[in-house]
Write a protein that binds this ligand. Structure first.
Ligand code: ADP
Ligand code: ASP
Ligand code: MG
Length: 418
């Protein structure tokens, strides 16, 4: 049987008419080589941000169901326009909403999870030799409402469709050449990684490398979907996300990542009795709030109430504060949005001590205060002041020698100064 390819184009790659036509040309070229092609498109440029802003102008707490009705429109526009472009190139194409494409999700509006992909309608169209365009980032819930999959969710649509079709590859076309060992917008001499393991990519996405949505990596790992993240502006190979056995080297440190879209919540006067933390985090989980780092200051001697701090995505801050204030058992609930997180990731860390020490020393030398720390076997994350994030990323990238190597006059390779 002929090859099946899922090609996903991100917002920048379909930002205007010319770029939609470019994406359409690529899609048509793959189809003309004999592949069965499904393209998943994002909303054009900053459309989703504009829709979010429009909702916030109307309401402080936009109704989540209606938010999803609104947000899902952006990707539909891209798909309809791309289908028109493909028709003009002499091929048959059909655009489908997430719901029409059979993307079934749970009911958690604005961050729904895909529970199943019923791909028969996509299959039918492919069997009729059509190119299928699927609106990314959306689905239909078990309650028959339109849902969206969280920011960056078109990546997950693409991977889920690729898994359902048992596609040969899921190509993620974006505005950078692939996955880099730091965000190239902050570190100009960051290096593209030809291969990265699922484990490392999971940690990278979870700690802020927005180039691939975290859930898309989870889904790809669980269903064995090969991902190729590459540029929509040229034909060079990008980054392959592969199993750990397939990666060539196990670098001590693979990448430095950062996030500036989180907030810290501090709860003062937490009653000092067993089970309180359980109650607090159960309520937060019931409100569908993802808590990341947690820090508890134990009261000395057990007489004074404890203090609890944790980080949440900034989009969840209002929900977290509403949830905690409703408990009404604490002295104060405070929040800080001026925080950032910087992380160092590497599978080699498992077997080499000393990485944490070096991270803390490097940040200390920059005069950067560590507000919270968390670790996994292959990651160290630090919460710092938001305005120090670029300095922290650059300093760590340099300290671990992650810059692009160039041949100098003596024939030796050395990292390029940023
Ligand atoms: P798309 O619209 O194609 O989905 P995104 O904006 O979601 O694109 O992701 C691409 C962006 O991710 C890049 O422009 C880059 O600034 C950012 N980025 C952050 N970390 C990394 C990284 N480690 N490697 C590559 N890009 C990264
Ligand atoms: N348009 C959505 C967003 O901006 C989804 C995506 O682009 O993946 O988050
Ligand atoms: Mg994206």
């Amino acid at each position: 049987m002929s090859e099946t390819i899922v090609m996903k184009f991100g917002g920048t790659s379909v930002a205007d008419g010319e770029r939609i036509k470019n994406a359409a040309r690529r899609i048509v070229a793959a189809h003309e080589k004999g592949a069965r092609v499904v393209a998943v498109l994002s909303a054009q440029g900053k459309t989703t941000d504009q829709l979010v802003a429009a909702a916030n102008e109307i309401s402080d707490r936009p109704d989540p169901r209606e938010m999803d009705m609104l947000l899902s429109t952006g990707e539909r526009i891209s798909c309809a326009l791309a289908a028109m472009a493909i028709h003009d190139m002499g091929q048959q194409a059909i655009s489908l909403t997430g719901s029409q494409a059979g993307i079934l999700t749970d009911t958690s509006h604005t961050k729904a999870r895909i529970v199943e992909v019923r791909a028969d309608r996509i299959e039918e169209a492919l069997n009729e030799d059509k190119i299928v365009l699927v609106a990314g980032f959306q689905g239909v819930s078990t309650n028959r409402d339109v849902t969206t999959l969280g920011r960056g969710g078109s990546d997950t649509t693409a991977v889920a469709v690729a898994a359902a079709l048992k596609a040969d590859v899921c190509e993620i076309y974006t505005d950078v050449d692939g996955v880099f060992n730091a965000d190239p917008r902050i570190v100009p001499n960051a290096r593209m990684l030809p291969m990265v393991s699922f484990e490392e990519m999971l940690e990278m996405s979870a700690s802020g490398a927005g180039v691939l949505q975290l859930r898309s990596i989870e889904y790809a790992r669980n269903h064995g979907v090969p991902i190729h993240c590459r540029s929509s502006f040229h034909d060079r190979t990008g980054t392959l996300v592969v199993s750990e056995e397939q990666t060539l080297e196990h670098a001590l440190v693979t990448a430095v990542t950062h996030a500036t879209d989180e907030a810290r919540v501090t709860v003062r006067g937490v009653p000092d009795r067993p089970g309180v933390a359980g109650e607090i985090f159960t309520k937060l989980a019931e409100a569908n709030i993802n808590v990341d780092m947690i820090l508890q200051n134990e009261p000395e001697g057990g007489e004074h109430p404890a203090e609890l701090s944790f980080t949440v995505p900034r989009d969840d801050l209002t929900g977290a504060l509403d949830t905690l204030n409703a408990i009404d058992e604490f002295d104060a609930v405070e929040s800080n949005t001026e925080i950032g997180k910087v992380s160092v990731i590497g599978a080699g860390m498992r077997s080499h001590p000393g990485v944490a020490a070096k991270v803390f020393t490097v940040l200390g030398e920059q005069g950067i205060n560590l507000e919270m720390i968390s670790t996994s076997p292959i990651k160290i994350s630090c919460v710092i002041a938001a305005d120090r994030v670029p300095d922290a990323v650059k300093a760590l990238h340099e300290a671990f020698d992650l810059g692009v190597a160039v041949e100098d006059a003596t024939g030796d390779f050395r990292p390029v100064a940023p």
